[in-house]
Design a protein around this ligand. Structure first.
Ligand SMILES: NC(=O)c1ccc[n+]([C@@H]2O[C@H](COP(=O)([O-])OP(=O)(O)OC[C@H]3O[C@@H](n4cnc5c(N)ncnc54)[C@H](O)[C@@H]3O)[C@@H](O)[C@H]2O)c1
Length: 251
C-alpha cells in the first residue's frame, strides 16, 4: 500500500511504542516521516529524528521548523507524545497535575500551533491525536491521566471545528491498554507483574492487550487521504473495551 506516497508526516513521541509503530507504518506506506521525541536516539533511517520536549514551546517550534525544512513540507501530524499518572485525586499534588497536563494536553497544543501554518499549505492535511479509552470510560486509579485524555478528546473536536474550512482534518484514536514499553514499565512496578498483566488482559473483551501496530493502523487510517470525509471523530482501538458488555464466561 502506498497511499502516503508524496506525503510528509511528523510523529511526536515517535521513538517508542505507539509513536514508533506509527512512524514506521507511515514510512512503509510511502510517507517521509520526521519523529520528534525527548530522546530520538532509537530513530533509524529512513525516519528522521529530532530532539524536542513538547513542554517547551521554543524546542517545539525549532524542531517543527527543522523537520519541515528537511521534509520539504508537512501534511500529517500525529500528536502522540504522552506520559502516565496513577492514583485518585488525593494522590497527586498540584505540581504533578500541572506536569502531566503540560505534556499530554498543552504539548499537543504547542505542536499543533507550530504545525498549522505548514498544514494550511497541504492538500491532504490531517492531525491525529493519541487519546485513550481513559477519556470515555471511568478507570480506577487514573484520575489525573483520565482528565488529560478527556481534555485531548474535547480538544480534538474543537480543533476539528476550527480548521475544517481550512481543509485540515482532526481526529483521535482511543487505545485500550496497549503492549508498549510504557506498559512494560508499569508492570515492572507492580507487586506481581504477571497477575497485573493478566488483570489488564482480562479487562479487554478480546482477552489480550492491544498491539502498537494495531493503534498505528488506526492512526494511518484517520491520517490517510482516503479518509478525506472523516473529521471530529474518535476511533476506539481497545479490543471492545468501550463498546461491549459481555456476560461472564460460561453464563
Ligand atoms: N500504552 C497504552 O496502554 C496506551 C493506551 C492509551 C493511550 N496511550 C497513549 O499513547 C501515547 C504513546 O504511549 P506509548 O504507550 O507508546 O508510550 P511510550 O512510553 O512507549 O512512548 C512515549 C514516547 O513519548 C516520548 N515523550 C514523553 N514525554 C515527552 C516530551 N515531553 N516531549 C517529547 N517526547 C516525549 C517518550 O520519550 C517516548 O518515546 C501516549 O499519548 C499515551 O497516553 C497509551
Amino acid at each position: 500500500m502506498t497511499d502516503f506516497e508524496g506525503l510528509k508526516a511528523l510523529v511526536t513521541g515517535g521513538a517508542s511504542g505507539i509513536g514508533r509503530a506509527t512512524a514506521e507504518l507511515l514510512a512503509a506506506r510511502g510517507a517521509q516521516v520526521a519523529v520528534l521525541d525527548l530522546d530520538p536516539s532509537p530513530v533509524e533511517k529512513p525516519l528522521l529524528g529530532f530532539r524536542a520536549d513538547v513542554t517547551d514551546d521554543t524546542s517545539v517550534r525549532e524542531a517543527v521548523a527543522a523537520a519541515v525544512a528537511e521534509l520539504g513540507g508537512l501534511d500529517v501530524v500525529v500528536n502522540n507524545a504522552g506520559i502516565g499518572a496513577q492514583g485518585t485525586v488525593e494522590d497527586n499534588d498540584d505540581a504533578e497535575w500541572h506536569r502531566v497536563l503540560d505534556v499530554n494536553v498543552v504539548g499537543m497544543v504547542r505542536v499543533a500551533r507550530a504545525a498549522l501554518p505548514h498544514l494550511r499549505a497541504s492538500r491532504h492535511a490531517a492531525i491525529v491525536n493519541t487519546c485513550s479509552i481513559a477519556a470515555t470510560a471511568g478507570l480506577p486509579q487514573r484520575a489525573l491521566y483520565s482528565a488529560t485524555k478527556g481534555a485531548v478528546y474535547s480538544l480534538t473536536l474543537a480543533m476539528a471545528a476550527d480548521h475544517v474550512r481550512e481543509g485540515i482534518r482532526v481526529n483521535c484514536v482511543n487505545p485500550g491498554t496497549a503492549d508498549t514499553p510504557w506498559i512494560g514499565r508499569l508492570l515492572d512496578k507492580a507487586p506481581d507483574p504477571a497477575a497485573e498483566r493478566a488483570a489488564l488482559e482480562a479487562r479487554q473483551p478480546t482477552g489480550r492487550l492491544v498491539s502498537a501496530a494495531e493503534v498505528a493502523g488506526a492512526i494511518a487510517y484517520l491520517a490517510g487521504p482516503l479518509s478525506g470525509a472523516t473529521t471530529g471523530t474518535s476511533l476506539a482501538v481497545d479490543g471492545g473495551m468501550q463498546g461491549l458488555r459481555l456476560r461472564p464466561v460460561g453464563q
